[in-house]
Design a protein around this ligand. Structure first.
Ligand code: PLP
Length: 633
């Protein structure tokens, strides 16, 4: 059964570069299915993703769905913790590493639950950036020495809960975002008589490259400048509370593409740590925030969706930089904390959807000439007589010209609908001939651009706005591939459009073996079989950033565990939103809707426009809809 193919000559790898971005998580099986590999046991056979979907369908869990793979999550938690442990050992670093997971990156209960469970051996903690996130953190069975780091803007309520939680043995740290926040902390301290455990958030001046450059540097929103830090230290001293300042925090950014940016920023953070220590603050933890990236494209470059380093390299750089800075200043090594979110959860979820239908911009049906054809229609049809590799561009020019003329004639009423339809059909036939010939010639840029205009539109059963918001908002690229037939060369190219009625709801940027492409190679649809496409590495940020555009709600979610024998366990299932649920999010009471619909029926019946018999069918249709899935079923 183990059918992982690593041969780059298979269509899957030479087209989709699955071997490049798939890491140790996905591979192509001999039967052409995409397989999920167990990174915790590389010798275990891959599990076919289409067969998992089939199995879930039988249990009533349909696409579109988010599939979370626990084994992937466990593996990335292990990787980051063990990577730091290795670096600490190799460098001879004199203290520990403690990771915290920033809840905002994926707040879903099932995800946090797994993270807490898998993280326990590593005393993995949580980072809360808001009151609700702190409430989540305090409900988790964390290890006793795990940290809870409170970032973000905090009011007295937030601070009170953070301070009081320490009485329960939670290791909660309040990171001061501004001097003003210190006023609130001091007031709550007065009120409770309990000392807080404090940190300061330092604004680094180093600019980080990449998509999130704005979260670094002088103008970044969070953190304190030198003058504010001095102010906080002085006021803590005056209040006799400087001994509470144990923690220094900086968030380096997100998806940092270049490891040298990490090194520079960590070096700067260390300078603050040294200076604050010299000011008398008994700092014990240096928190370097998030930023560890994911190689979405597998290119290993500093482009926005890639990174030029491994987790091992990241942790080695962090540990070495901190060790060097502390040794130079003759300061004991602090506990190193990081808040990696994306790198921990992104790879563990995928979005799987089916293709509903295709709009094609070509046709292999020849249209025989007719006697009463307009002469432009005949001219258009004549193009196929001289169509060949040498005259490709000329044929495209001619076809475009005649079609444009015919459309103009149609608009003015000189040719009828049937004549125009014949012209369009001939045009589509020419385009499919051109597509056939084009790859042989090694095309000119104009021809390429024209061919991209001829890509199919595959209409897919998902909402970009709900499930892949970063693709819409910030041009995030997720690896996307068909989940079946990967041993067969794809014969079409398509742009993916979603099920919302919004022309923005489409994907036209794909990572392929030869770079970023505006269309995805796909197979012709077989009306008998579901054709599935997967969007990978969607575990970070996507689930809660998504919105209800067109009232498409949360998709179904299934959490699975990969077993060593090539099978899987369904760990948890979460049904997607029903229509009643999404209606209630936008202030409707579904019961009122049902009542209003029923009243309308009764009115029609009483005014004799409707049979009493029809009442049942109508009510059932309305009820079925309101209780159903928001996506195409
Ligand atoms: C968002 C955030 C993180 C997570 O960043 P990633 O790039 O996902 O690792 C960590 N810390 C803070 C303070 C954040 O705001």
């Amino acid at each position: 059964m183990d059918a992982a193919v690593t041969d780059t000559s298979t269509p899957a790898n030479s087209v989709y570069a699955i071997d490049r971005w798939g890491m140790d998580l996905v591979s192509v099986m001999e039967n052409g299915d995409l397989g999920l590999k167990n990174p915790l046991n590389p010798d275990a056979p891959a599990v076919s993703l289409p067969s998992i979907l089939h199995d879930l369908e039988e249990r009533g869990i349909h696409a579109p769905l988010v599939l979370r793979v626990s084994s992937f999550l466990e593996s990335s938690i292990r990787t980051i913790n063990e990577s730091f442990a290795k670096a600490i050992k190799r460098v001879g670093y004199q203290n520990d590493y403690r990771a915290v997971f920033p809840i905002k990156v994926n707040q879903q209960a099932q995800v946090i639950d797994r993270i807490v469970e898998f993280g326990k051996p590593y005393s993995y903690g949580l980072e809360a950036g808001s009151k609700p996130e702190l409430v989540i953190a305090l409900a988790q069975p964390l290890a006793r020495d795990a940290l809870i780091v409170c970032n973000g803007v905090k009011d007295a309520e937030f601070i009170r809960l953070a301070i009081l939680s320490r009485k329960l043995g939670f290791n909660t740290v309040i990171v001061l975002e501004s001097p003003k926040e210190l006023d609130t902390v001091l007031a709550v301290y007065e009120e409770l008589g309990e000392e807080p455990r404090l940190g300061v958030r330092v604004k680094l001046t180093n600019r980080i490259s990449g998509n999130w450059a704005e979260s670094s540097g002088d103008r970044s929103t969070f953190g304190m400048h030198t003058n504010q830090l001095v102010d906080v230290v002085d006021r803590l001293k005056a209040a006799g509370l400087l001994h509470c300042l144990k923690f220094q925090h900086s968030h380096l950014g997100s998806q940092i593409p270049d490891v040298n940016d990490v090194r520079r920023a960590v070096g700067e953070a260390c300078r603050y740590f040294v200076e604050l220590t010299r000011e008398g603050a008994p700092l014990s933890h240096l928190d370097l925030g998030g930023g560890l990236g994911v190689d979405y494209t597998g290119e290993k470059t500093t482009s926005e969706n890639s990174i030029n380093y491994s987790v091992d390299e990241y942790s080695a750089n962090v540990v070495e930089t901190v060790a060097y800075a502390m040794d130079e200043a003759e300061i004991p090594h602090p506990i190193i904390v990081t808040e990696s979110g994306r790198a921990v959860v992104a790879t563990s979820s995928m979005l799987v959807f089916n293709v509903l239908e295709a709009t094609l911009y070509d046709s292999n049906k020849e249209t025989p000439p007719a006697e009463d054809d307009h002469h432009f229609v005949s001219d258009l049809a004549a193009i196929s007589g001289y169509l060949g590799p040498q005259r490709l561009q000329e044929c495209i020019n001619d076809a475009d010209f005649y079609r444009a003329e015919l459309r103009a004639l149609f608009r003015r009423g000189y040719i009828d609908l049937r004549q125009m339809a014949r012209a369009e059909r001939i045009y589509l036939y020419l385009m499919s001939k051109i597509k056939e010939i084009a790859p042989e010639v090694g095309t000119a840029p104009d021809v390429d651009a024209h061919l991209e205009q001829l890509a199919d539109i595959y209409h897919c059963n998902f909402s970009l706005f709900q499930s892949l918001p970063d693709v819409w908002a910030i041009d995030q690229i997720h690896p996307m591939v068909p989940l079946q037939m990967l041993n067969t060369a794809p014969d079409r190219r398509a742009v993916l459009s979603d099920i919302t009625c919004d022309s923005d709801g489409k994907i036209d940027k794909f990572i392929l073996a030869d770079g970023i492409s505006p269309s995805l190679p796909v197979h012709s649809l077989d009306t008998e079989k579901n054709y599935y496409i997967g969007a990978f590495f969607v575990g970070a940020y996507q689930e809660t950033l998504g919105d209800l555009h067109n009232l498409f709600g949360d998709t179904n979610v299934a959490t699975i565990d990969l077993r060593d024998d090539g099978s899987f366990d369904l760990v948890h299932e979460q049904e997607g939103d029903t229509i009643a649920e999404v209606l209630s999010y936008v202030e409707y009471d579904p019961r009122d809707c049902v009542d209003a619909f029923r009243a309308r029926i009764d009115k029609e019946i009483s005014e004799k426009r409707l049979n009493a018999r029809d009442r049942k069918t109508l009510m059932a249709a309305y009820r079925d809809s309101i209780n159903g899935y928001t996506y195409y079923e």
